[in-house]
Design a protein around this ligand. Structure first.
Ligand code: GZL
Length: 321
């Protein structure tokens, strides 16, 4: 084989597992939670594109937000003998038995965007996630600055019950407002990360408050619930973005549309590209035995209405949300 051809073979091998018999395409199974939010849909779109870039045979199983479907998908991937399994765990507990089966089958597991209970730490190779406590803290600290010294009743729309990111975003937000007694979380309930549920729960908060006039701010664990809450506030004659401050997480296009309309105030960005770093870690692990760090952290950036929301909307609107 001449040098040029050898060089080309090495390049191709970067994305494939190279053995004596030649390069083998990697097959990876992804147990995806569902399509509960714009961010989740973007994560799926981006993961397919990243797999294509690396010539990986990528099989996605949509669990419609049910853990039993995720466990079933993982067992199916094990039976198929895939090279690796990606898992976005809908909740943090209940994974150890099935992940032990993957380990016994010598199939490495990578967690995407959410974490599992620390008791399962030795059952996955690495986790590609943001720091969800930090996300909540950034949201809380923004609200502290936005409110100043006036008293502020905050209502909170929590993510899916039992999800690591919901517990962490709640914890981080409480850290962010700690020491500022003028801010108080007066109501808090799960909206399951969906627009519909976010709207429904916000309607109940407004009703319980006798019209919502004493609600000073809404904190939602994701933008989709906030978009639903904004709808509920407008239907109740409230002014989200001005009379009622809003802060949420994900940085999906529609929250920038709301910001541009003066109906939302702040969001903390979460990249939908969790799969890219996961693919690179698995390729290096399979090809060269490189063990990745236990946690591959993705960035979190605060956006407010001062960051040209219309332009940000335009830049994100075609990315698969
Ligand atoms: C966070 C991710 C969350 C998003 C939601 O890492 O798990 O799940 O914030 C999605 O939009 O439902």
């Amino acid at each position: 084989m001449n040098f040029k051809a050898l060089n080309a073979a090495v390049v191709i091998c970067g994305a494939l597992v190279c053995s004596g018999a030649g390069a083998k395409e990697l097959t990876i199974g992804f147990s995806q939670i569902g399509s509960e939010s714009g961010w989740r849909a973007a994560e799926t779109t981006v993961s397919k594109a990243e797999a294509k870039k690396r010539n990986i045979n990528f099989k996605i199983a949509d669990a419609q937000q049910k853990q039993e479907n995720q466990i079933r998908a993982i067992r199916s991937f094990i039976a198929q003998g895939v090279d690796a399994i990606f898992l976005a765990p809908v909740v943090a507990t209940g994974w150890n038995a099935v992940l032990r089966e993957a380990k016994e089958a010598k199939i490495p597991v990578v967690l995407l965007d959410r974490d599992i209970d620390p008791s399962g730490k030795d059952l996955y190779l690495t986790a590609v996630t943001s720091d969800s406590v930090h996300e909540g803290k950034v949201a809380g600290e923004w609200l502290v600055k936005a409110v100043g010294s006036k008293s502020c009743n905050v209502v909170e729309l929590q993510g899916t019950v039992g999800a690591s990111v919901a517990a962490n975003r709640k914890k981080g937000f409480e850290q962010g407002i700690a020491g500022h007694a003028n801010l108080k979380i007066v109501r808090s309930q799960t909206g399951d990360f969906t627009r519909a549920k976010g709207k429904e729960v916000m309607e109940s908060f407004i009703k319980a408050d006798g019209g919502g006039k004493s609600i000073c701010a809404v904190y939602a664990h994701n933008d989709d619930m906030m978009v639903g809450a904004i709808q509920a506030m407008k239907e109740a004659g409230l002014k989200p973005g001005s009379d009622v401050l809003t802060v949420s997480i994900d940085a999906v296009p529609d929250i920038f549309k709301a910001m541009a309309a003066g109906e939302a105030n702040a969001t903390v960005e979460l990249t939908p590209d969790m799969a890219g770093p996961a693919f690179d870690a698995i390729i290096a692990y399979k090809a060269k035995g490189t063990t990745p760090p236990k946690w591959i952290q993705t960035a979190s950036k605060l956006y407010t209405g001062a960051d040209n929301p219309q332009a940000v909307y335009e830049s994100k609107k075609d990315l698969g949300y």
